[in-house]
Write a protein that binds this ligand. Structure first.
Ligand code: HEM
Length: 530
């Protein structure tokens, strides 16, 4: 017994020393490998004249970012009366604004040990976006959180895999293909018109106070379901509903700053995410199998996107005969097109209705144009291309309220962008709304809603056309740009030529970031029949 009493403290002491050595080793590793490495990267940027807020050990500038965010949230007053003057970056990402005022259009900051470069100088934005090197990709720490939703599809992939996917998917969204989809866009919008007429009927027959967002999401889900899944679009809609739940679950995780909550807090959410991911995969796969069977019997000559993605998966040499790879390709790309194609277009439509509600003179101009250009007031393949007023209204809305807030890249290798050498691992961030509201680029009326600034094209609307990037720019330019623009034109011309609307007193202006920037409390308008 006495012997044992002597041994216990010895064991405890040994454990203590081993733990201490382990901890010192870890700290040494953190200090040497991680901290010194990020210090070296920072130094490389500083030596090129790039300044930024001084980071603290382990956290970088995170504490300051949270503090600035906290103060901005506290100070955020109701912007209801200054919808146009309100640049949402000042409330959603106030630290970027704070540092921009202090350090200019290019600066560096860090989150944890990760070094970032803020790039909002138009010349450098252009260089960065038009850089064709595969050494610039989507930042891994951001996209890895999106993996359950996007797999390794085109939105998150990098390098050769991305280049191959882009080659396969891009032609499906060329203007010629999109023109063929005008009919299905019209079909999808009709139920919305009937629904809003019913609202008016239900609310006394003259006007109705409605919230537009879910109805618009319904239309864009229907459009992309029809475009993607053709005859099986009902099943497509079921998939899309689940994808929306998945998006909601992921965006609750605050992935942007790359700060993880403690694992155990996330377990429930993680389980929900994994189960949704599995359900979506098996639903998509079921549709694919049914389609294969249909094709064995009679395959329609009219090919939808699913058909084209399936054919690409079968014929693309990079995927070879590996059925697992082909399956991943099909499932991931269906998921990517849904996410990219559905949410952002619907949110853009919401912002359009908001700005048109406070500018009835532009509703009048659209109405006149639709009456002149469209036979029977319905846009078709030819007339949709001639809707100039609708186009400039959409362009102006996307300038003031771009749904995608950032263009982001990571230097996968050391890369030269313009006159700056970007060390490997640095993430680059361009804030699209800030570029779109720079008075040096757009002039003193930058905060006014003035669609006619776009009458003679983007290059006449501003000093630096590459600074207008609601759809990005260069090799990673949005694949669905044509699809989104045509869909928005069809939808707006139908709504405006059937209804007149103004802003409802229920509307509260509070843009919110949920992977894209949307009206936080929805868009409420008062509508009446024309
Ligand atoms: C108003 C609606 C839309 C907006 C504002 C928008 C905006 C964007 C932006 C900013 C990017 C990133 C560009 C970059 O990282 O440089 C992007 C990428 C992409 N978008 Fe869109 N988008 C919209 C609609 C659509 C639609 C309807 C589709 C498909 C049907 C689509 C498919 C894609 C794809 C596949 C990419 C990834 C391209 C790549 O990485 O190569 N988008 N979009």
């Amino acid at each position: 017994m006495e012997e044992m009493m002597k041994v216990v403290p010895l064991v405890l002491r040994t454990i203590f020393w081993v733990a201490l050595m382990g901890l010192s080793g870890l700290l040494f590793h953190l200090f040497n490998r991680v901290w010194l490495k990020s210090k070296k990267i920072r130094k490389k940027l500083q030596m090129q004249g790039i300044k930024g807020p001084p980071p603290s050990f382990l956290h970088g500038n995170l504490a300051e970012m949270h503090k600035i965010q906290f103060q901005a949230t506290k100070a955020a007053s109701n912007h209801a009366d200054q919808i146009l003057a309100h640049d949402y970056t000042s409330t959603l990402f106030p630290y970027f604004e704070h540092w921009r005022k202090e350090y200019g259009l290019i600066y560096t900051y860090s989150t944890g040990m990760r070094q970032h470069l803020y790039v909002n100088q138009p010349e450098l934005v252009k260089e960065m976006n038009q850089c064709i090197t595969l050494a610039l990709g989507k930042p891994y720490y951001v996209t890895k959180r999106l993996a359950p939703m996007l797999g390794n599809g085109i939105l998150r992939s990098n390098g050769l895999i991305w280049a191959q996917q882009r080659k396969i998917v891009a032609p499906e969204f060329f203007m010629d293909k999109v023109k063929g989809m005008v009919g299905l866009m019209l079909e999808s919008a009709q139920p919305l018109l009937r629904k809003w007429e019913d609202y008016i009927e239900d609310q006394g027959g003259v006007t109705a106070d409605i919230q537009v967002d879910e109805d618009l999401k319904g239309v864009s889900a229907d459009v992309i379901s029809r475009a993607c899944f053709g005859s099986s679009y009902f099943k497509g809609k079921e998939i899309f509903l689940k994808l929306r739940s998945l998006q909601k679950a992921i965006s609750q995780q605050g992935f942007l700053l790359g700060v993880t909550s403690f694992g155990f807090l996330q377990t429930g959410k993680q389980k929900e995410i994994s189960s949704l991911e599995r359900e979506i995969e098996s639903l998509i796969w079921k549709v694919v199998k049914e389609r294969e069977q249909e094709c064995l019997e009679t395959c329609s000559s009219e090919k939808d996107l699913l058909q084209l993605i399936m054919e690409a998966a079968m014929t693309d040499q990079s995927l070879g005969k590996d059925s697992a790879k082909s399956k991943r390709f099909i499932v991931d790309n269906c998921k990517n097109i849904y996410f990219a194609g559905h949410e952002s277009t619907a949110v853009a439509a919401s912002w359009c209705l908001l700005l048109l509600a406070i500018h009835p003179e532009w509703q009048d101009r659209i109405r006149k144009e639709v009456a002149q250009v469209c036979p029977n007031g319905l846009p078709d393949v030819n007339s949709v291309m001639n809707l100039k007023t609708v186009t400039i209204v959409i362009q102006e809305v996307l300038r003031l309220y771009p749904p995608a807030a950032f263009v982001s890249r990571e230097a996968l290798e050391e890369t030269q962008v313009g006159n700056i050498v970007i060390p490997k691992g640095v993430c680059l961030w361009t804030l699209i709304p800030t570029l779109h509201r720079d008075p040096n680029i757009w002039g003193p009326d930058v905060n006014d809603f003035r669609p006619d600034r776009f009458t003679d094209g983007v290059s006449h609307a501003c000093k630096f056309p590459q600074a207008y990037i609601p759809f990005g720019l260069g090799p990673r330019l949005c694949l669905g740009k044509n699809f989104a623009m045509v869909q928005l034109k069809v939808l707006l011309s139908l709504i405006v030529s059937n209804f007149a609307f103004s802003l409802s007193p229920k509307y509260r202006h509070s843009p919110a970031y949920k992977m894209i920037v949307e009206p936080g409390n929805g868009v409420h308008i008062l509508i009446k029949r024309i």
